[in-house]
Design a protein around this ligand. Structure first.
Ligand SMILES: O=C(O)c1ccccc1N[C@@H]1O[C@H](COP(=O)(O)O)[C@@H](O)[C@H]1O
Length: 214
């Protein structure tokens, strides 16, 4: 058993929260993005947040959110981290971190070697990095599409100055290989533990975490 830390993203029900916590998730994510089948309202997230056991970090995923939305979100939901999953600039990451006093994780989409240059730039301002697959051109969502990138791009490049998570198309069948290839010590997923878009499957959550930590 390894100490790989797992984030299960896109939880929408108390049953989802309990399934992730009971299976050993270190982080759970709430998605605030209207086009996503995993979208929750601030009110819903506030109700779910109180059910999250101590020791499990509550992460809010937002996409190019403005201050008015983040003001409401952070006032109403007790959060441990903000995940910026849009085209936020390094300056915006720094501004969000300063304004809300919460750790910020910046998602960086990867489709080829050129994208890796962005990692160092964001490492200078974010507390964590989420290294995810770049969405397909015709995708409706900037993440949560279940597509992976070439993990070999990260082989031998695992030492950035900030903690990072691997994401993009992870499942219980490929997570061990993804970890072995990239050296990731944290992984994040959404669609790979769903029975249909936005519907989490407790058995898949349990199997995924067991496979990630095997
Ligand atoms: O999950 C979503 O709906 C979502 C919407 C908008 C931006 C990001 C989103 N999800 C993030 O993408 C990763 C990878 O998803 P998947 O495992 O490939 O489905 C997920 O962990 C979320 O952090």
């Amino acid at each position: 058993m390894s100490d790989v830390r797992v984030k299960i993203c896109g939880l929408r029900t108390v049953a989802d929260v309990m399934a992730a916590a009971d299976a050993g998730a270190s982080y759970i994510g709430f998605v605030f993005f209207a086009k996503s089948p995993r979208n929750v309202t601030i009110e819903k997230a506030a109700a779910l947040a109180v059910e999250v056991p101590m020791g499990v970090a509550k992460v809010a995923l937002v996409v190019n959110a403005d201050d008015a939305f983040l003001d409401q979100l952070t006032a109403q939901v007790p959060l441990d981290m903000l995940q910026l999953h849009g085209s936020e600039t390094p300056q915006r990451v720094a501004d969000v971190k300063a304004r809300y006093g919460l750790p910020v994780m910046k998602a960086i989409g990867i489709s080829g070697a050129a994208d890796l240059d962005k990692i160092d730039t964001y490492a200078a301002v974010a507390d964590q990095l989420l290294i995810d697959a770049k969405p397909p051109k015709d995708a409706n969502l900037p993440g949560g599409n279940g597509n992976a990138f070439d993990w070999n791009l990260l082989a031998g490049r695992k030492y950035w100055t900030k903690p990072w998570m691997l994401a993009g198309g992870l499942t219980m069948d490929n997570v061990a290989s993804a970890i072995a290839t990239t050296g990731a010590t944290q992984v994040d997923l959404s669609s790979g533990v769903e029975s249909s878009p936005g519907v989490k499957d407790p058995a898949l959550i349990k199997a995924f975490i067991a496979a990630a930590q095997a």
